[in-house]
Design a protein around this ligand. Sequence first.
Ligand code: HEM
Ligand code: HEM
Length: 129
Amino acid sequence: MKASSLSFQAAVLLGVVGMLWGIVMAASGDHGTMPAHAHLNLLGWVSLFLFGIFYHLHPAIDRSRLARVQSGIWIVATAVLTVGVALVHTGRPIGDPIAAVASLAIIADMLLFGWLVLRRERIGKVAGA
Ligand code: HEM
Ligand code: HEM
């Protein structure tokens, strides 16, 4: 599967879960887990969809294993971060180290994405594109 397809499909899935979460918060009047909802949507729906657009615009990167790995790590780490933050905000401190590990994975994965972007820019310059 291309990295863009993986990103788009997972983004929609995480977006649907994030929005259902928002509807449950609104309907119940309990906004206690708001940061988990916010980050599930922002990392899972918005950021992942943006990665998908970038990969789709650069077919050579889109077909690479590294891009799929970047997208896959983001998906898993976002899910783990969301669970960790939700645990913290429902009074379970065990969520704290879970969210901490996931956040480090997310920033490392962002650096990996940055490297893919930079590499593409360099290759583009050499090829005169
Ligand atoms: C069906 C869709 C959605 C519903 C029903 C919903 C509902 C909510 C609710 C009830 C809150 C708590 C507000 C508060 O306590 O002040 C909230 C906060 C938030 N939501 Fe959503 N949401 C939805 C979709 C989204 C999406 C798609 C995003 C991001 C792309 C998003 C980002 C946020 C953010 C960033 C906050 C925190 C806002 C703040 O700091 O005050 N939400 N949402
Ligand atoms: C590793 C990634 C990230 C970590 C560890 C992180 C951490 C945090 C923390 C600790 C807060 C304060 C929450 C609170 O007051 O309870 C926060 C708030 C916020 N962050 Fe992030 N963040 C990350 C990525 C992002 C990204 C990528 C976006 C936007 C695209 C974003 C948007 C926001 C917004 C809108 C708020 C205010 C709403 C809220 O309290 O949830 N964050 N973030």
